[in-house]
Design a binder for this molecule. Structure first.
Ligand code: COA
Length: 322
């Protein structure tokens, strides 16, 4: 039986930081409001001229180094992003060029905040079927470029960053299960409504920026993430107590706490990084994973549950033995 195993992780946050106090100067908000409602204290923002592929490259090189791999060892590159640098080629192809890797398959996945979970699930299928042996999977975003910095209901929530993993084929598990879902009926609750398919004019009048019905998103997110945890445990005949670490999408501390409560999991077994960088969309899960691997909390052989929820709506989980 072939399994896919994560052999290296990497993360990158741009140097430029915007604190809640900085945002107080831009919109009618307060450090206290943002911390209490979201748990966020700061976010990182790409500099002018710094693009999604730049963030992705840093995270990818760190993951390669951690896995002891060279770009030439990689035979599949998947980048999850909602903020690609170009309409085409894909950010995965731009990253491939940066890594001086020629010829292997490279493509982007767009599932907003669930993007990395989708991308890792796809890489898992490639590896299990023998179609790839060593995959580079990246979640990278420059969400700051699609935020309306005058809209306090959204601009305080998001940030830029990238996270990456190397996934390799192995006789031992590995990724145990992946569960992916979507329901496009919710497309209007969290969206950037414009797009080039509608013509460039469609990006004017605020339609090129994130809009969100925060309250409604919150309720669906909490319910949905609870359900996917149950689905994942049931599919693997596991008890809640079998999970060593929960690595949730980092959107809002209250959503994370609600999921942990449902799992009857103490918050010290939940990796929480949202306070440090806000919601980095598809970068959030691999960034959190990388932090907890590098600081020694997550150890080889432990059972990890990753879950995410995002625009679409999309949602998904990955259960793995690290
Ligand atoms: N600073 C200060 N006040 C703000 C604010 C801000 N940044 N943003 C909104 N408010 C105000 C609202 O205007 C509202 O004022 P009103 O009562 O006078 O109308 C009040 O705060 C409460 O707004 P509400 O939207 O009910 O707050 P909330 O408790 O639901 O928190 C969110 C708002 C966005 C933090 C919360 O709904 C949330 O986290 N939703 C999920 C968002 C998310 O995670 N999206 C990504 C999923 S991948």
């Amino acid at each position: 039986m072939i399994y896919s195993r994560i052999t290296g992780t990497g993360g990158y946050l741009p140097d430029k930081v915007l604190t809640n106090h900085d945002l107080e100067k831009l919109v009618d908000t307060s450090d206290q409001w943002i911390r209490e409602r979201t748990g966020i204290s700061k976010r990182h923002v790409a500099e002018e001229g710094q693009y999604t592929v730049d963030l992705a490259e840093h995270a990818a090189r760190r993951a390669l180094e951690a896995a002891g791999r060279d770009p030439q060892d990689v035979d599949l590159i998947i980048v999850a992003t909602t903020t690609p640098d170009r309409i085409f080629p894909s950010t995965a192809c731009l990253l491939q060029k940066r890594l001086d890797r020629h010829g292997c398959a490279a493509f982007d996945i767009q599932a907003v905040c669930t993007g990395f979970v989708y991308a890792l699930a796809v890489a898992d299928k490639f590896i299990r079927t023998g179609a790839a042996k060593c995959a580079l999977v990246v979640g990278a975003e420059t969400l700051s470029r699609v935020l309306d910095w005058k809209d306090r209901t959204t601009c305080v929530l998001f940030g830029d960053g990238a996270g990456a993993v190397i996934v390799e084929s192995s006789d031992e598990p590995g990724i145990l299960s992946t569960h992916l879902h979507a329901d496009g009926a919710y497309e209007s609750l969290l969206t950037v409504a414009g797009g080039v398919g509608q013509g460039y004019d469609s990006l004017a009048n605020g339609n090129g920026y994130v809009t969100m019905k925060g309250n409604e998103v919150f309720k669906v997110a909490v319910n949905t993430l609870g359900r996917i945890v149950d689905e994942t445990l049931e599919a693997n005949n596991l008890e809640k107590s079998d999970i060593d670490w929960l690595i949730p999408h980092q959107a809002n501390i209250r959503i994370i706490q609600a999921t942990a409560k449902k799992l009857r999991m103490s918050m010290d077994r939940v990796v929480v990084t949202v306070g440090e960088h806000g919601n980095t969309s598809s970068a959030s899960v691999p960034l959190a994973l990388d932090v907890a691997v590098r600081d020694g909390r997550i150890k080889r052989g432990e059972m990890l549950l990753m879950e995410a929820f995002g625009g679409g709506f999309t949602w998904g989980s990955i259960l793995l033995k690290f």
